[in-house]
Design a binder for this molecule. Sequence first.
Ligand code: CP
Length: 352
Amino acid sequence: MPQKRPSTRRLARGSRAPFGVAQGLGPAPPLHHVLAAQQFDPATLDYLFRLADRMEKVAARGGNNQCRDRIMATLFYEPSTRTRFSFETAMLRLGGRVISTENAREFSSVSKGETLEDTIRILNGYADVIVLRHNEVGAAERAAAVSRVPIINAGDGVGQHPTQALLDLFTIRKELGRLEDLSVAMVGDLAQGRTVRSLAYLLSKFRDIRIWFVAPPELRMKEDILEHLRKHGVAYKEESDLAKVLPEADVVYQTRIQKERFGGRIADYEKVQGIYVLDSASLKLMKPKSIVMHPLPRVGEIRPEADADPRAAYFRQAQNGLYVRMALLATVLPTRRPRPKPGAGRVELSIP
Ligand code: CP
């Protein structure tokens, strides 16, 4: 990372001196709601990733009490394996507790007509942080507008998935040892994939990034992201032939063609389904020091035969989600100083 570490002596307005596992990392960034990838600057990313490195060790020890007495609500209107379980595990490993609904459209009062805003207002009375996955773009912003407690966007329709992008970037840093001078190929459903949108925003903050968007014309990356990259001087190319890109890429970020986003357009889905498949022949084309990533779930676009290759980083990537989400929770929840033990700080008078 190019940024100079901030001094630990002077705290920026709104930042806090961390303690516990974050002690010595410098001032905690003033992070509250986590809504979009653009909100993270390189200094905040650096802090979070150094904390996530430490969280890996904390998790290996079984956890700590950083979030003791804290409650996290996971409010999911769309299915999830990794995001919900890793957030919940993160909170449990930090000594906190979890309340959850995994199918809020059916199992919360939304089914009776309650608005998202009212649901969030109610959860504000119960939880210290709310992790929200929703089917509508902008749902996290709507939730944040009425929420005192931090809202963490765990995916909003085809909008963004900022915490996935954080763990993706953390994985690249851990696997390749750098976040600059990288060629990244994003492959598959770029039009409807929220993870690639968030990752493109984060990558644009680093030097010498080159991005290939590999997709058929129907699924090409949307113009708002391309415009953002042009504005920030990030080199990108659109390509439909994956084989051309594989020998150049440091990171091949494969994605699933998302059938559920096509609605009734089954013929459109069938036209593009299976268009890009990574197998052992694809890996032969890739550089020896490169990685294959995927936000998962996969449904055939990476063949299981690729899993044994050391460059297949997608399961390690999912594991990293736990450490990054532990770091995020520890940062958005205000640190409480440990309660002094009874009698601590009392000055004993010695009478000669
Ligand atoms: N990567 C990801 O968001 O996976 P889930 O949908 O299983 O949470």
